[in-house]
Ligand binder design. Structure first.
Ligand SMILES: NC(=O)C1=CN([C@@H]2O[C@H](COP(=O)(O)OP(=O)(O)OC[C@H]3O[C@@H](n4cnc5c(N)ncnc54)[C@H](OP(=O)(O)O)[C@@H]3O)[C@@H](O)[C@H]2O)C=CC1
Ligand SMILES: Cc1cn([C@H]2C[C@H](O)[C@@H](COP(=O)(O)OP(=O)(O)O[C@H]3O[C@@H](C)C(=O)[C@@H](O)[C@H]3O)O2)c(=O)[nH]c1=O
Length: 298
């Protein structure tokens, strides 16, 4: 008898977006597979082959990545292995299996020189190794499996793993004053909301072989500088007396990697093609703060 279960492979299931994909609402006939790092290492072609031999996947979602932006500058080979070679191998495997691949990418493929929000057709020019490796991954996915979506997102926060929101809560509880850059502007985005968009795209692509493909932007609506993001986090949290947050320039806060001054993403295309409507980042952030609060009071 034919397998009536639709098997969906989720890479990086322990990451921010991967975890939210595992918690997201899926139809009853979908079975999620989130292999551990021992079972799936994106840099190891054999581990991908073994997985595909064991299970007839109906789709693959790839949020796994090397995400340490500064470290990548000195760890070029490792960043490219995960962010470029891994997606190339997944594109090859999904193309051979005749199934869609949904890949997650970043606003850091842009150099930040545009005056407004970037749309999907704007020219890319990454400033650092992380962005360059993610761009190489995008190209490999598009050319390796035309039945694919590259979903670019930005400034991801959630109650899990490492992210700017959690860093601010940690250092803000310990320091009366913080210094945060006020000349880099982007779109803070909830991992749970990204997961919801990915579910919509994956279901559509599984159900309809002629579903839209290509590059899409998904971020929560609104925008902020890192300084505004930090200030809002402290205004909304109730766990401790908020620190004073000084607005500084990028030059005042030297980092190993350069970051775009403007990486706002326009989302009209995903709304038009998939009906996905982003909600304001402040609203999504309140959900995450509530989740963190519930965890500490449990
Ligand atoms: N974080 C952000 O602010 C942004 C992220 N993105 C993109 O969104 C996606 C999801 O990011 P996010 O959830 O924050 O990432 P995380 O850093 O939270 O998680 C990344 C996941 O990838 C896994 N991983 C790393 N290397 C490998 C490998 N060789 N084989 C298999 N799995 C591996 C990690 O495994 P392990 O659990 O073992 O560490 C981890 O589970 C990524 O593609 C990222 O580039 C885009 C814009 C912003
Ligand atoms: C901790 C801290 C950071 N900053 C600055 C440094 C940097 O310019 C900015 C953000 O710092 P972070 O290192 O937390 O964020 P960063 O790692 O640059 O975040 C990026 O991650 C990758 C994975 C992406 O794809 C991007 O969309 C983006 O989310 O804030 C301060 O100004 N003060 C501080 O106390």
């Amino acid at each position: 008898m034919a397998d009536t279960v639709r098997h969906v492979l989720i890479t990086g299931g322990a990451g921010q977006v991967g975890l939210e994909l595992m918690r997201a609402r899926w139809p009853d006939d979908v079975r999620l597979h989130a292999p551990t790092r021992d079972e799936l290492d994106l840099t190891d072609a054999d581990s991908i082959t073994r997985l595909f031999q064991a299970t007839p996947f109906a789709a693959v979602i790839n949020p796994a990545a090397y995400t340490a932006v500064d470290k990548a500058e000195d760890d070029v080979a490792a960043a490219f292995a995960v962010n470029a070679i891994g997606p190339a191998l997944l594109a090859e495997a999904t193309q051979r299996a005749g199934i869609p691949l949904i890949h997650v990418s970043t606003d850091y493929v842009f150099d930040g020189s545009a005056p407004g929000a970037y749309d999907e057709s704007d020219p890319v020019a990454p400033l650092g190794v992380y962005g360059a490796s993610k761009l190489a991954g995008e190209l490999a996915v598009r050319s390796g499996n035309p039945r694919s979506v590259v979903l670019r997102t930005a400034w991801v926060f959630s109650a899990h793993r490492a992210n700017f929101l959690k860093t601010m809560l940690r250092v803000g509880a310990q320091n009366p004053t913080l210094r945060v850059v006020a000349d880099q502007r982007g779109c803070p985005t909830s991992a749970a909301d990204i997961a919801e968009a990915l579910v919509t795209i994956a279901l559509r692509m599984m159900n309809d072989p002629s579903a839209p493909n290509g590059t899409y932007h998904f971020v929560n609506s609104g925008e902020a500088t890192w300084h505004e993001f930090a200030a809002r986090i402290f205004a909304e949290q109730t766990a401790f007396t908020p620190p004073v947050v000084d607005a500084i320039t990028t030059a005042d806060y030297p980092t190993r990697a350069r970051r775009p001054a403007n990486s706002r993403l326009a989302t009209a295309r995903i709304t038009r093609d998939f009906g996905v409507r982003p909600r304001p980042w402040e609203e999504a952030m309140r959900d995450v703060l509530a989740e963190l609060k519930a965890e500490t009071t449990r």
